[in-house]
Design a binder for this molecule. Structure first.
Ligand SMILES: [Zn+2]
Ligand SMILES: [Zn+2]
Length: 365
């Protein structure tokens, strides 16, 4: 079928809204009419080719929309269902069958391989196939092909345009604190990076009952929002040295740190802030191949660095939980969002790159 999609053809280049051909849904696929899709840092990393897939490609992995058609083996979804599309998994590897889909061994390939799980590229134009199935969706498009395991039914009374970001950035930040760190109540946590993931971690820390939430960023507008969402201490790393400042604030260090900035120097700083027994949740992705020096003997004293993707989220239960919290006013993630028309997707990317918009959401309709 003919759809409109935002195609990136050159490294760092613009999103070009083009008419392209999308495959009809196969037996295990769900065709979703995309209402809106959030823009996440991974989309821009892939656009800049710091991450695959190779170009040309259609990105977008925080889609929300209405089920249009389902393949014959799809039992859990029907046309008309409202869905959020989240991360895709293989359902067969050790992690998947152990109930830890976020650690799927195929995750990287399924997100960044540019192909559907069966190996085909589902989008093409006259000159050939285009990298697609980004996170099992490629939702910067008017229609997307997704799967039973990465579609989550959502209530029809909520506007779909709000809900897309729950599928990646928001679940990642909130889930990191709530699911992956399992931080006890009345703790102190330091959160590096006050973008959409870091701010979602701030909201997650509030829900988890943290009494002190120290947010670190270099942009005052983001820190201000962190304060609104519940951060108790704001550290502007463009003005003060964060290691010294946070050691001073905490009398030596903390047991919980989230690194959501993607900056290797923040990661090093976060590690140094760990008290014995402390855990650093590593979420922010620097370019592939980035390495940092590590004081091995410091780490031996029961300190942990835990890589976290997708916030250890069980998709079918965690997203509905976040929606319930949103309805109760306890998870105001809509404060992060600014909307753009599909035709203005390049402005959304510019505003995101410049730190002016925390979570751009592109509306297809
Ligand atoms: Zn798997
Ligand atoms: Zn993402």
């Amino acid at each position: 079928m003919l759809i409109k999609a935002a195609v990136v053809r050159s490294k760092g280049g613009p999103f070009l809204i083009e008419e392209v051909e999308l495959d009809e849904p196969r037996d295990d696929e769900i065709l979703v009419k995309v209402v809106a899709a959030g823009m996440c840092h991974s989309d821009l990393n892939s656009r800049d080719q710091k991450y695959p897939p190779r170009l040309p490609a259609v990105f977008g992995h925080e889609g929300a929309g209405v089920v249009e058609r389902v393949g014959r083996n799809v039992g859990g979804f029907r046309p008309g269902d409202h869905v959020v599309i989240t991360y895709n998994t293989c359902e067969r590897c050790f992690s998947c069958v152990s109930g830890k889909p976020w650690a799927c061994e195929q995750l990287f390939e399924l997100h960044f391989g540019g192909r559907a799980p069966d190996g085909r590229m589902t989008i093409r134009d006259r000159s050939g196939p285009i990298s697609s199935s980004y996170f099992g969706q490629s939702s910067f498009a008017t229609y997307a092909l997704a799967y039973e395991n990465n579609c989550v039914k959502v209530p029809a009374d909520l506007p779909l345009e709000i809900l897309g970001p729950l599928g990646c950035g928001i679940e990642t930040g909130a889930g990191a604190v709530i699911n992956a760190m399992q931080m006890p109540v009345a703790e102190t946590i330091v959160i590096f990076g006050a973008g959409s993931v870091g701010l979602s971690a701030v909201m997650g820390a509030v829900i988890a009952g943290a009494t002190r939430i120290i947010a670190v960023d270099v942009r005052s507008n983001r820190l201000e929002l962190a304060g609104e969402l519940g951060a108790t201490d704001l550290v502007d790393a463009s003005k003060v040295e964060p290691l010294e400042e946070i050691r001073r604030l905490t009398e030596g260090g903390v047991r919980y740190v989230i690194e959501a900035s993607g900056s290797p120097s923040s990661l090093s700083c976060g590690i140094k802030l760990l008290r014995t027994g402390g855990v650093l949740g590593l979420i922010g992705a620097p370019p592939i191949g980035t390495e940092i020096p590590l004081d091995v003997n410091f780490m031996i004293f029961n300190r942990t660095i835990r890589g976290i993707v997708q916030g250890y989220s069980d998709r079918q239960t965690f997203i509905p939980r976040l929606i319930d919290l949103y309805r109760k006013g306890r998870f105001p993630f809509d404060k992060l969002i600014r909307y753009y028309d599909f035709n203005d997707i390049n402005q959304a990317a510019l505003d995101s790159d410049a730190g002016l918009t925390i979570k751009p959401v592109v509306r297809m309709i």
